[in-house]
Design a protein around this ligand. Structure first.
Ligand code: CP
Length: 312
């Protein structure tokens, strides 16, 4: 039975709960259009996507996931709302809550926003990314991809490379993957990889070539220029030279190592097009898993009861 009311942080989930989400997502995953099924789990319920930051993958996949579970969905975008007239976040959310949604999926540039909301509202809250803090549904879909290919997390060597300092994806993945028994190493320029990250149980290595040796999974991160208030590396060209994943560098990893990236990608900066579009790249598979994982999250938060397929 599922008991958690909100999904805020990977730190809140036990090994059993992570496994339950991944197993449920597997049930929802489809390999092509003809296999798509819809269910009545969220019939009569409304899911509000409350996004204060741009998103392609997360917002779209939460919306598709909610619709496949028969929910009504509303997409709130801060730019076209009364936020611009000075309304506070809490007032905005209380007004939305007065319209009786069941689940609010929130993305906000400030770390801690989903946690704050979860303490102030009655409905279920899902963190869809809070500043540089956490992005649990992304970590879960990444973990689903890793489990799909590698079968188990135990003793896997996983390299997370790039802008660790600003990455909610890195933080959520590190917490989740370590819980499941994987070994995680991180790399990037010292200005983007704070030594304090070692407190999460990862190995820091500033030489990317060393980090790639013997790894099973390579997770490249986007260079988040919008979160950098000062210049933290000399140029994109130099960044690509020392920390970009290209075909030559990929030879250092295990021959069956897979390549992942949460998107959006800076092609030619943290990853070359040759690598991003290669057969070892799981980047679009991650996006497909995103719908299944988000269906699992919504289904479980709604009680995780018996699943009834809609008849067409
Ligand atoms: N990976 C991810 O969060 O992508 P979006 O910003 O497009 O949602």
């Amino acid at each position: 039975m599922w008991v958690k009311k909100h999904l805020i942080s990977m730190g809140d989930l036990s090994v059993n709960e992570i496994t339950k989400i991944l197993d449920t997502a597997k049930m929802f995953s489809v390999s092509d259009q003809s296999k798509i099924k819809t269910y009545d789990t969220l019939k009569g319920k409304t899911v509000v996507n409350l996004f204060y930051e741009a998103s392609t993958r997360t917002r779209t996949s939460f919306e598709i996931a909610a619709k496949r579970l028969s929910a009504d969905t509303v997409n709130f975008s801060a730019e076209s709302s009364s936020v611009g007239k000075g309304e506070t976040l809490l007032d905005t959310v209380r007004n939305i809550e007065a319209m009786y949604p069941s689940i609010i999926v929130v993305r906000h540039p400030l770390a801690g926003t989903p946690l704050l909301l979860s303490k102030r509202v009655r409905v279920n809250v899902v963190n869809a990314g809070d500043g540089p803090h956490e992005h649990p549904s992304q970590a879960l879909l990444d973990m689903m991809m890793i489990r799909d290919v590698k079968k188990d997390f135990k003793d896997l060597e996983i390299a997370i490379i790039g802008d660790i300092a600003h990455s909610r994806v890195a933080r959520s993945n590190i917490i989740g993957l370590k819980k499941m028994g994987a070994n995680v190493r991180v790399s990037g320029p010292p200005t983007l990889v704070p030594k304090v990250i070692e407190k999460l149980g990862v190995k820091v290595e500033y030489d990317m070539n060393k980090v790639l040796k013997g790894c099973d999974v390579i997770m490249m991160l986007r260079l988040q220029l919008e979160r950098q208030s000062q210049k933290l590396f000399p140029s994109k060209r130099e960044y690509a030279r020392f920390f970009g994943l290209n075909a030559e560098r990929l030879k250092l990893a295990k021959p069956d190592a897979i390549i992942m990236h949460p998107g959006p990608m800076n092609r030619g900066v943290e990853i070359s097009s040759e690598v991003a579009d290669s057969s070892r790249s799981k980047i679009l598979g991650q996006v497909s898993n995103g719908v299944a994982v988000r269906m699992a999250i919504l289904h479980l938060l709604a009680g995780g009861g018996q699943l009834y397929e809609n008849s067409h």
